[in-house]
Write a protein that binds this ligand. Structure first.
Ligand SMILES: *Cc1c(COP(=O)(O)O)cnc(C)c1O
Length: 456
């Protein structure tokens, strides 16, 4: 007899994964190497160790080791909020009157409110282990900065955050959480760095972008003894740390003999999606199983669905290594009316390569539709979702409705990356009926593609 599936599938503490999984090790065709922005040659471990701490630089370049041990101290920290539950969305299924079974992996059960803490603690740990004084970083909506502030406070590392100016102004409470954890928060572009001053001069009144905040944070790290730069998404090392999401999801499904048919995740820089799908994509590339994987991105920042697959700068100031990825061009700045996060111009090179090889598909959705899905989810499942997460909710709901129409009993799994308590300005705009959808024109994208570097 089949076990009845509970609302929440919990793993025991001892069932939490002891190793992260690196899907690149199993990919036959690997993602292209990252390049030095000056020489355009693949970057070496020594060069990369100037920006990132050594162990993270190693992880960044490692495409042969499939399983990497999670250090004991990181596991101990994880235990404060992990394993995270996999929830069967019985109430949402009922509301939609669908034969589909919907599951979501909830990563918002910690103060930072998102999955980002999974990588923040790992990055802070390796910085501390190397004897560094502190780290610098950028943050967009603020979740990454919050997560990093928490991790640094725990390990007593200094934390300096460059926060995209429009978020700094729109999300004062996020800023104060970071400061409560002891971080120094600076709105970006600032006048404190050379690149910040340059961008301010070129684009007076700009509300900033992630690419520009990254450049500032890198400059700040390079200019201070004992500091390194850390990044909350896009990088291989971040996908590696986030693989804990997918590994736990798979372990929970396996516990009840559930085979996922469809796996859905929102995609900004690709870290939660990459982490969620890693073990499943690993089975696919090894030819062991098949899944329908869908990446969901905002129509206002559509790197997978409308971008080009090319080497690009990861930051506006062009100081970071070049990465081959689906990109809108490093000069792309999403419309100020765009509220839902996921603002980065490019996509993780691993997710990009898996997408290019056909292991996943991508969809873009308008933000009003995203907030409609968010409101429905909040009402029936009780959790107020982050706007980013709600991109995945939107497509999960669309697919569950399709199952109702076709009578298919699919198992739909999606990543619920976080909570939306700090996004009430965006929710307010939606509730007041003032939210608009902005989709960039082909002309605008063409202009932005013109900034792509010539690597041939
Ligand atoms: C940062 C963030 C995302 C998007 O980042 P990815 O690297 O694409 O995962 C999604 N959801 C939440 C709640 C976030 O904080």
């Amino acid at each position: 007899m089949k076990k009845e599936i509970p609302y929440k599938i919990y793993l025991e503490e001892q069932e939490m994964p002891r190793q992260w999984y690196n899907v690149r090790a199993d990919m036959k065709k690997k993602p292209a190497p990252i390049l030095d922005p000056r020489t355009l040659k693949p970057i070496t471990l020594d060069e990369l160790s100037g920006i990132f701490c050594r162990e993270l630089a190693k992880q960044e370049l490692d495409d042969t080791t499939a399983y990497i041990d999670i250090p004991h101290d990181i596991r101990s920290f994880y235990k404060m909020y992990r394993p995270s539950p996999l929830t069967r969305a019985y109430c949402l299924e009922k509301k939609l009157d669908t034969p589909a079974h919907i599951y979501y992996k909830f990563e918002g059960n910690n103060t930072s409110g998102s999955h980002k803490l999974n990588s923040a603690i790992a990055q802070a740990y390796y910085a501390k282990a190397q004897g560094l004084k502190g780290v610098t970083t950028e943050t967009g909506a603020g979740q990454w900065g919050t997560a990093l502030s928490m991790a640094c406070a725990y390990l007593e590392l200094d934390c300096q955050v460059y926060m995209v100016k429009c978020s700094y102004e729109q999300k004062p409470f996020r800023r104060e959480v970071m400061r409560t954890y002891g971080a120094k928060v600076t709105p970006s572009p600032s006048m404190e760095t050379e690149v910040g001053r340059k961008i301010n001069q070129e684009f007076p009144g700009t509300t900033g972008s992630l690419g520009c905040a990254i450049s500032e944070a890198v400059e700040a790290a390079l200019g201070q003894e004992g500091y390194r730069y850390v990044l909350g998404s896009v990088l291989n090392q971040v996908l590696l740390h986030q693989s804990i999401i997918g590994l736990e999801t798979k372990a929970a499904l396996d516990k009840y003999g559930i085979k996922a048919d469809m796996i859905i995740g929102c995609a900004g820089g690709g870290s939660n999606l990459g982490g969620l799908i890693s073990p499943f994509a690993g089975q696919m590339v090894r030819g062991e199983a098949d899944y329908e994987i869908i990446a969901v991105e905002p129509a206002s920042c559509p790197s997978l669905t409308r971008g080009v697959y090319a080497y690009d700068y990861c930051d506006t100031g062009k100081v970071c290594p070049l990465s081959k990825m689906y990109t809108l061009g490093s000069g792309f700045i999403p419309s100020a009316s765009h509220a839902g996060g996921l603002r980065y111009h490019g996509m993780s090179s691993t997710v990009s390569e898996l997408y290019d090889q056909g292991y996943l598909t991508a969809r873009s959705v308008d933000q009003t539709q995203v907030f409609e899905a968010a409101a429905m989810f909040a009402k029936v499942e009780g959790i107020l979702p982050a706007p980013e997460s709600s991109h995945a909710i939107r497509v999960a709901i669309d697919e569950a409705i399709r199952c109702r129409e076709t009578g298919q009993e699919k198992n739909i799994v999606f990543g619920l990356t976080g909570t939306g308590y700090f996004d009430m300005v965006a929710y307010q705009r939606f509730n007041d009926g003032n939210m608009t959808d902005y989709v960039p024109t082909d002309e605008e994208l063409k202009k932005s593609f013109a900034s792509l570097p010539k690597t041939e």
